[in-house]
Design a protein around this ligand. Sequence first.
Ligand SMILES: C[S@@+](CC[C@H](N)C(=O)[O-])C[C@H]1O[C@@H](n2cnc3c(N)ncnc32)[C@H](O)[C@@H]1O
Length: 439
Amino acid sequence: MPPTRKSRPPAPPSASRAVALSALDAVLRKGRHLAEALDRQAAFAAMTGRDRAFARLLLLTTLRRLGQIDSAIDGLLEKPLPARRAPVRDILRLGAAQLLFLGTPAHAAVDGAVALTAKSRHAALKGLVNALLRRLATQGAALLGKQDAARLNCSDWLWQSWSDCYGEQCCRAIAGAHLAEPPTDLSVKQAAPAWAARLGAELMAGGTLRLQRAGAVEALDGYEEGAWWVQDIAAALPAVLLGTVAGQHIIEIGAAPGGKTAQLASAGAHVRALDRSPARLARLRHNLDRLGLTAEIIEADGETWRPKDLADAVLLDAPCSATGTIRRHPDIMWRRQAKDVTALAARQARLLEAALEMVKPGGLLVYAVCSLEPAEGPWRIEKFLASGAAAERVAIAASEVGGRAEALTPAGDLRTLPCHLAESGGMDGFYAARLRRTF
Ligand SMILES: C[S@@+](CC[C@H](N)C(=O)[O-])C[C@H]1O[C@@H](n2cnc3c(N)ncnc32)[C@H](O)[C@@H]1O
């Protein structure tokens, strides 16, 4: 009698894939931030460098390419997966990310997905997972070739918002910029050219250092001695708009985790760094300690807190939808909804009014958000100025922002986009307006 063919028992799932699966669920269904979704898992904390890096990369890639991945999966399913099979869809998504974008060998990606399924409450669908991913392994490249990657990986409401605000061509360029892994940007306390040479980094206009492949930043030269901190080139612009700050008393509202506080403190300002989040202020304190910089740290709600003495200038780095940072945080693409923008715009309006009350007449107020949504940027400022607030706009010159004229609006505000600086890896999307208190 011929031997009966026994199916191979599935291998246990790799720890990285199991961690990525749990984090994907936390991001997509519980609305958790990507970093938090990983950091909350004991298994992630216990991992070694390579496994940790793979778990993070797998999660980032799956979220960055979620639209393309879902379209490819749906094209191969004979009938749609019901909602109660969401964990199976997530397993397929992680498998697809490995096959289509990470170059994982097919057997490893497929076996890993089958093992996750076998361990789940959906073990009966092992066969479907196996068959679908095997087909994807052979047909994936052809499927990708027919896809509109920029459109598929962008949520409908954001595509609409950006098309309305910037035009469809620019919207497509923004969505396209989200698909590439961004470089790592560093702000240095001093001697930027020397640090650029030491780190093999590109020295950008304005003094930011750019590394295309940084790896773990803690391992880079200068980390321990606190010579620099990680900060996107666009995030470094709002603080610069306050001009020469040495000796000035500055209040920063929404200061944590401290990128802009570090800029102001290292330029010689006396900074009151205000934030309402104790956890984020702990990170700010840790960051300033590492950098050897000081600031007065205030845990308070900027809407109600008022200083005893008015500041020479105020930087309001307002809480926002952060849609300008999707290339670094692709979870934002799927977590955010249009209604969040409405709620955030109301908070921004209250904080703007409060911020103006904290600055001396004649002093500058810079309002900044890392959002691409007009309701959080120019519309907010236009409304504020039209409300009779004691403020006037002080237009920004290209020379103040590294000569980047494309990053200025006709009214003289800062408006960077992820598709700017495309030749060297893009930049985050920031909006900033500079106002002066008039009386
Ligand atoms: C865009 S982040 C700040 C980033 C920071 N300035 C930097 O450069 O690293 C906005 C911050 O505003 C804080 N925040 C939100 N609402 C606030 C409020 N009502 N009062 C004070 N801080 C607030 C959040 O906790 C968050 O840390």
